[in-house]
Design a protein around this ligand. Structure first.
Ligand SMILES: C[S@@+](CC[C@H](N)C(=O)[O-])C[C@H]1O[C@@H](n2cnc3c(N)ncnc32)[C@H](O)[C@@H]1O
Length: 259
C-alpha cells in the first residue's frame, strides 16, 4: 500500500496525541524510564522514526554519551529541530519533562525542568533522515551502530503490510551493535490511526506477534519484556499500546534475519 505522507501534519499529530500526559502517555513514559534505568551511562542512543516528538530523548538524556534523533519526514525534523534550538514557537514539552522527572523520583521545579531540557539539547548531537525501507536506514551515516535504539510507533505505524513490517524491523535493528538493546513501543491491535482528518495505516499485531518478531531478529527470549496498556479512547482504531525492551544476542546476524 502506498501512503500519502504529505498529509501527515506535524502540529496536528502533536495536538492529537501529545496535548497532555493522559493515561497512555503516562504508561509510555513509565515504561521508557523503566527501560532506560538499566541502560549504562555514556551509551550511544538512536531515536528511530521520532516523528515530531521528543519525549524519548528526555528519558534517554541522562544515559547518553550522544543522542541521535532520526525521522523520515522533513517537516517532522523541522518541528523537532525547532524545540532543540529553543525557538519560541516550538511545541511545549514542559508537562512531559516534568512527568519524566517525577517518575524518576527527582525534583521537578521549573529550574529542574530547564536543566533536563538543556541536557537533552546538549546531548542530542545529530538530526538525521531515516528510512526503514532501506537496508541502510540512515543514509547520512551508513555504518553507524548504536548501543541502544528507542523507537516508538514507527515500523508498525508506517505500513499495514506484515511483510513490510518485518523488513522495516530488520533494517532498523541492523543499526544495533552486537548485544545492543531495543526499547520499542508499538500500537496494539491497530488497523489505522488518525492525524487530524488524515488516516494512516498500521499493522495489526498483538503481543505474540511482537515476541515472535523479536526472537526472529535475534533478541534473547529471556530479556524480552512486553507490557500493554489499553487505548485512552476506542475511537482511535487501536486496542492499546505495547511497550517492549529486549537485548539482542551478541552473535545475532542481520543476514540470517533477512534470509
Ligand atoms: C505514528 S508516527 C510516530 C512518531 C513518534 N515516534 C511518536 O512516538 O509519536 C509514525 C512515524 O513513522 C514515520 N515513517 C513513515 N515511513 C517511514 C519509513 N519508511 N521509515 C521510517 N519512518 C517512517 C513517519 O514519518 C512518522 O513520524
Amino acid at each position: 500500500m502506498s501512503v500519502n505522507w504529505s498529509t501527515f501534519g506535524a502540529r496536528a499529530y502533536l495536538e492529537e496525541y501529545y496535548a497532555d500526559v493522559g493515561n497512555e502517555n503516562l504508561h509510555l513514559l513509565q515504561s521508557l524510564i523503566r527501560a532506560f534505568a538499566r541502560i549504562p551511562a555514556h551509551s550511544t542512543i538512536l531515536d528511530f522514526g521520532g516523528g515530531p516528538t521528543l519525549y524519548s530523548l528526555f528519558c534517554a538524556a541522562t544515559k547518553a554519551a550522544s543522542l541521535h534523533f532520526s525521522e523520515y519526514l522533513e517537516r517532522n525534523l523541522i518541528e523537532a529541530r525547532a524545540w532543540l534550538h529553543g525557538e519560541p514557537d516550538a511545541f511545549d514539552w514542559t508537562p512531559f519533562i516534568k512527568t519524566v522527572l517525577e517518575l524518576e523520583g527527582k525534583p521537578a521545579s521549573a529550574s529542574h525542568i530547564a536543566q533536563r531540557a538543556l541536557l537533552t539539547r546538549q546531548r542530542t548531537t545529530r538530526l538525521l533522515h531515516c528510512d526503514a525501507s532501506l537496508m541502510r536506514p540512515l543514509p547520512e551515516l551508513p555504518n553507524a551502530r548504536y548501543d541502544v535504539i528507542v523507537s516508538n510507533f514507527c515500523t508498525e505505524s508506517a505500513t499495514n503490510s506484515r511483510a513490510q513490517w518485518q523488513d522495516y524491523m530488520t533494517n532498523m535493528v541492523s543499526l544495533l551493535k552486537p548485544g545492543g538493546r531495543l526499547i520499542l513501543s508499538t500500537l496494539k491491535g491497530a488497523t489505522s490511526y488518525s492525524v487530524g482528518s488524515a488516516t494512516f495505516p498500521a499493522v495489526y499485531i498483538l503481543e505474540q506477534d511482537l515476541y515472535d518478531m523479536l526472537t526472529r531478529l535475534g533478541f534473547e527470549p529471556n530479556t524480552i519484556e512486553i507490557a500493554s496498556v489499553p487505548a485512552d479512547r476506542l475511537s482511535r482504531h487501536y486496542q492499546g499500546l505495547m511497550m517492549t525492551s529486549a537485548r539482542q544476542h551478541a552473535s545475532a546476524s542481520t543476514a540470517a534475519a533477512r534470509a
